[in-house]
Ligand binder design. Structure first.
Ligand SMILES: O=C(O)c1[nH]c(=O)[nH]c(=O)c1I
Length: 310
């Protein structure tokens, strides 16, 4: 069951939902996503136990996007499992993001979530860049394989992975070679670009407290990298693996670009944080307008059909 079957068949807006992270940590925030035009609800990445995360200020908005070093603040996975029955009242898929602090934690959480009613899919986060002292699993191909081997011994619920951005073509091949060996339902590309730096020139200082100001970058500047990652994994993986686009989406045209690259659905992060859950209805309407203008009746008419210059 690829995510496309989980999400497909719903109205167009179902292909647009929230990225894990912004405005999806508490039941109230998840309710707001559920009550909006978002086509699904995705939780904040969950750990075994509740976490406070890094000291504030840990999120900063710029004109072009955002920088964050949240440090995985969340209510603990049981909270998001308990929420599942409430999520079901919104008649849309409910996904739980998992980012255990170690392989054992990831396995324990996924064993507890697997097969649970009203949990439509699990998004295994291989790319949290902000837990001090913890390297991103997604940048260690062998460790990624080891973790996925452990996970797939226990999981029945559709499971996908949230990947960090890759920049070197052999790295795409190496990660695709790992992913091909597992029945993953989807791949979400990309997480924030890790460890950027934003400066306040009046104060001549960084703008977030954790990690000497280093944090994950989201927004306008990461769209070209997000599109490239969506395109690469779309071309490298079987077509029954849905690619979920994330990165730099704030308009219907941005969604159009991600779908042209091969995305079956897209997630909104930084723009959701800026605009609130009203962004889903706006962006979905803009996409419908663009599709109408181009004569496309549905997403499959142009999904993955990005042309190269012959
Ligand atoms: O700092 C965070 O909580 C965080 N921040 C990000 O930008 N991506 C992630 O996957 C996570 I788990």
């Amino acid at each position: 069951t690829s995510l496309a079957t989980v999400v497909a068949g719903c109205p167009l807006s179902s292909c647009l939902y929230n990225a894990s992270g912004p405005l999806c940590t508490t039941a109230a925030e998840l309710d707001a996503v559920g009550s909006s035009e978002a086509g699904a609800i995705l939780s904040k990445s969950a750990t075994l136990e509740k976490r406070q995360g890094n000291p504030s200020p840990r999120y900063f908005e710029t004109t072009w996007g955002s920088i964050n070093s949240m440090g995985l603040p969340n209510e603990g996975y049981r909270y998001y499992l308990d929420y599942a029955k409430r999520a079901a009242t919104f008649n849309k898929p409910y996904f739980i993001s998992v980012s255990g602090l170690g392989f054992e934690d990831n396995v324990a959480i996924i064993r507890a979530l697997s097969g649970q009613e009203h949990v439509s899919a699990i998004e295994l986060n291989l790319s949290c860049p902000n837990v001090p002292g913890k390297p991103q699993t997604g940048y260690d191909f062998e460790q990624s394989r080891v973790l996925l081997e452990m996970i797939f011994e226990h999981v029945t619920t559709p499971l996908g992975v949230k990947l960090p951005p890759y920049f070197d073509l052999p790295h795409f091949e190496m990660m695709a070679a790992v992913l091909r060996d597992f029945p993953i339902a989807f791949v979400t590309c990309i997480n924030s670009i890790g460890n950027g730096l934003v400066i306040d020139t009046d104060q001549e200082s960084v703008v977030i407290k954790p990690k000497s100001g280093f944090g994950g970058i989201g927004g306008d500047f990461i769209k070209p990298t997000a599109l490239a990652n969506v395109r690469k994994f779309y071309t490298l993986l079987d077509k029954d693996v849905a690619i979920i686009g994330c990165g730099g989406i704030k308009s219907g045209m941005d969604v159009f670009e991600h779908i042209l690259c091969g995305a079956s659905a897209v997630q909104v992060g930084t723009q959701l944080m800026r605009e609130g859950v009203g962004c889903f209805a706006r962006i979905a309407a803009e996409l419908r307008e663009i599709m109408g203008g181009k004569g496309y009746r549905d997403i499959d008419s142009f999904k993955g059909k990005l042309k190269t210059l012959e």
